[in-house]
Ligand binder design. Sequence first.
Ligand SMILES: [Zn+2]
Length: 194
Amino acid sequence: MSSPSCPVCGRELRIVVTTYEVPFLDRILLTSISCECGFRHADSVVVDAKEPTRYTIKINKNNLFTKVIRSTSGTIRIPEIGTSIEPGPASQAFITNVEGVLDRIEGIVKMAMRWNSHDKEKVERCKWILERIRNTIEGDEELTLILEDPFGNSLILSDEAFREVMSNEEASKLKTGMNVFDVTGLSEKDLLEL
Ligand SMILES: [Zn+2]
């Protein structure tokens, strides 16, 4: 059987599968595909768990190192700051920690702030979000991190995280790979206009 070919240049892809054993849970496969031309894609699959799953955890400066595994079908939400990372055509799986998630969101908000620099209201909202993130990493504030995955392929590795199985109706409302980012309550159109 020959390897699949690169969607960009057609050359043969390099495929690496890494297995993680998660105590009391499942086996996780992280597949990364790469090509000499620079094309890369990563995805994670939790073996056995296929139920739509939601993890909820209160995050603060004491649990920033909590591991977060987000597959390409995972949606991350922080309701207090109205921010989410949703699956999109360019989304990649990542294994990071809570601080890594906050860093990503910080980067996206800073970008949105630059794109909307003429709009005072949006700039103020971005600044407010950045302050909440900073106060959570360095100060005494707390935020809620929610990770939802209709295929159960994303997880938060912590006893402090509350895990629940979502109803099919809830799961059907999740995006699974058609949209890119929805940040700070700005619509995708707002972000692309500038
Ligand atoms: Zn290629």
